[in-house]
Ligand binder design. Structure first.
Ligand code: KG4
Ligand code: ZN
Length: 339
C-alpha cells in the first residue's frame, strides 16, 4: 500500500510517499522559517499564501524522489486538523483535487496522531499499551495508547505548550524563530543550574503541565537584570546560562511526567514525539531515566519530530488498516481544534 501524505497545518509545506506505513520512499519539507522569522512567530495569513505557492511543487518533488507517477499511490492522506484553518485548507484542497482527479481514496489524518505515528517509523516499533507524550509548538499532551489503537488523554497543558514556551522565551531574548532550535543550540555552552527557574509539577499525582509560569519567570528575570550582554562588561549574566537553566526546567518537568505516567499505568513502552522531542537535552535525559526505570523508550529521528508528511502517510496507512478501508468524503472540512 503506497500512500502520498500531505501536511500543511502550520508553517511547513510537506509531502511524502510511504509504503506500508514504514518504508519511506520520499520526504519533502519546504520550511517557511525565513518568512516568519522577522515577526518572531507564525503569521497565519502569510503561512496560507506560502503554502499555496509551495504545495504543487512539493507534491511533485515527493513523487519524483519516490520515482512514481501521480497515478501510482494507492491513496492520499492529508492532515485535516488541528492547526491553522487557512493553512490546513491548502493541503486539504490539494489532496481532494488529487483524490478526485486520479480516483484515489482520501484519508483524513489528525495531526497529533500523525506525530504519534512517527514513533512507529524506526526499527522495533513500540508495543501497546504505550504511553506517548506529544510535545510540540501547539500541544503538550500525554496519552495512553491501548492495544486496540484507541488513545486516552492522561494529562495536558493548562496554558502554554512546551514548544510555545521555547518560542516565547527565545523571542523575548531576541533569538529568532523557532526558539526551540536556537535554545537547543546555545544551551550546551551554559550552566543548567545557574538560575533556579520554577518547575511546575502541579498536584502530587497530576499528569498535567503548565509552562506559562516559567515563561513569566524568565521575562521577570530579564526585566530585572536586562538582556544578556547589556551590562558594562558585556552583560551581567551569560545568555548560555539563561538558555540552559530555562531548558533544564522544561526538560525536567517533561521527563518526570513521562516516567510518572508510565509507572502509574504500569506500561513499559514510552514514546516522545513532536517538535520539542528533537531537543538534545530532552532526548538525553529521557534515555537516562528510561534506562533507570526499565522503560523502553521510542524517540523518532529528529527530522520526524518536527512537522513532516512521512508521519501523515504512516498515520493514514494505520487508519486504513484499522478501519478496513473506508475513504473520507470529498466535502471534508479543516478542523482548527481537534483533541
Ligand atoms: O511539531 P512541530 O514542528 O509543530 C507543531 O505541531 O507545533 O513543533 C514545533 C515546535 C516549535 O515550538 C519549536 O520551537 C519546537 O517545536 N522545537 C524545538 C526543537 N525543534 C523544534 N524545541 C526544543 N528543541 C528543539 N531542538
Ligand atoms: Zn506538529
Amino acid at each position: 500500500m503506497i500512500i502520498l501524505g500531505i501536511e500543511t497545518s502550520c508553517d511547513e509545506t510537506a509531502a511524502a510517499v510511504v509504503k506500508d506505513g514504514t518504508v519511506v520512499l520520499s520526504d519533502v519539507v519546504a520550511s517557511q522559517v525565513a518568512v516568519h522569522t522577522p515577526y518572531g512567530g507564525v503569521v497565519p495569513e502569510l503561512a496560507s499564501r506560502k503554502h499555496v505557492e509551495a504545495i504543487l511543487p512539493v507534491i511533485g518533488r515527493a513523487l519524483e524522489q519516490a520515482d512514481l507517477t501521480r497515478e501510482a499511490p494507492d491513496a492520499v492522506a492529508v492532515t485535516q486538523g488541528p492547526g491553522l484553518v487557512g493553512a490546513l485548507l491548502v493541503g486539504l484542497s490539494a489532496a481532494k483535487a488529487m483524490s478526485y482527479a486520479l480516483d484515489k481514496p482520501l484519508i483524513a489524518v489528525n495531526h497529533l496522531e500523525a506525530h504519534m505515528h512517527a514513533a512507529f517509523l524506526g526499527k522495533g516499533p513500540p508495543e501497546k499499551p504505550l504511553v506517548c507524550l506529544v510535545v510540540s509548538g501547539g500541544h503538550t499532551a500525554l496519552y495512553q495508547v491501548d492495544p486496540g489503537g484507541g488513545a486516552r488523554l492522561l494529562g495536558g497543558t493548562r496554558d502554554d505548550a512546551a514548544g510555545e514556551a521555547f518560542d516565547k522565551v527565545a523571542k523575548l531574548l531576541g533569538l529568532g524563530y523557532p526558539g526551540g532550535v536556537v535554545i537547543d543550540r546555545i544551551a550546551p555552552q551554559g550552566n543548567p543550574q545557574a538560575f533556579p527557574f520554577p518547575k511546575a509539577f502541579m498536584e502530587k499525582e497530576s499528569l498535567d503541565f503548565s509552562f506559562s509560569g516559567i515563561k513569566t519567570a524568565v521575562a521577570n528575570f530579564v526585566r530585572r537584570h536586562g538582556l544578556p550582554g547589556s551590562g558594562p562588561q558585556g552583560g551581567p549574566y551569560r545568555l548560555e546560562d539563561l538558555a540552559a537553566s530555562f531548558q533544564e526546567a522544561v526538560v525536567e518537568v517533561l521527563v518526570t511526567k513521562v516516567v510518572r505516567a508510565a509507572n502509574g499505568a504500569a506500561v513499559r513502552d514510552v514514546a516522545v514525539v513532536g517538535g520539542v522531542a528533537a531537543n538534545e537535552r530532552l532526548r538525553m535525559r529521557l534515555r537516562e531515566e528510561a534506562a533507570y526505570h526499565g522503560l523502553t523508550l521510542h524517540l523518532p529521528e529528529s527530522r520526524y519530530c518536527t512537522d513532516n508528511a512521512v508521519m501523515v502517510a504512516a498515520a493514514g496507512y494505520y487508519a486504513w488498516k484499522r478501519a478496513g478501508f473506508c475513504p473520507n468524503p470529498l466535502d471534508l472540512d479543516a478542523r482548527s481544534r481537534w483533541y
